[in-house]
Ligand binder design. Sequence first.
Ligand code: MN
Length: 239
Amino acid sequence: MATLLLSDLHLTASRPHAVAQFEAFLTGPARSAGHVYILGDLFEYWAGDDDLGDPFNERIIAMLAAASAHVPINFMRGNRDFLAADGFTRASGVRMIDDPHSIELGNRRTLLLHGDTLCTDDTEYQRFRAESRSAAWIMTMLGTPLEKRKQHIQTLRAQSETQKRTKAADIMDVNATAVEDAFRASGCDQMIHGHTHRPGFHVHEVGDRLCERRVLDAWYEQGSYLAHDESGFRSVTLA
Ligand code: MN
């Protein structure tokens, strides 16, 4: 049975096409798959599990819950939805996995990541990442009333978009040494991640090993996923 991997859907009410494609994915190819892995940034943003009642979130969660009855859906948090927690997994039926997480794929140990931890050249982002994953930051954030928190997230998003325009493009890609370190630390010789929105296939020389890295595409223009079965890997674009 196939393993299906996807990331960076950035689902939001203002992009109904992506939502429709995700629904088609969950009711179509996902149903007959062995495993589904969502490697972060499923949502444009997740303000906290106290936002489960938002009608848009409710709709996505109902879709996930229906699909979860047929196929195990594994969910890794990205930089947009790292506030998703137990309330989200309980409501949706998905299984939360850590970043990174390793699996066997075609007899090869495969490291799954969202991808942002590999972008170490972007020191400004890494500082924010470290700060925003601290218990203190999360407690303050979740302690802020939901509407105010959503406004704050929108401000952070707008700041991030402005910063992105002034950053050199290669700063926002993965750092080769960070990739090699991840291969060494995990013992994996295959890696799959998203986040950079630069779909591709790369070979890295790590000591005397040749390691392969596959980058998933984002869903801004078009939905897509990576499938793996007995015959290998296949990139699939959703209609
Ligand atoms: Mn991301």
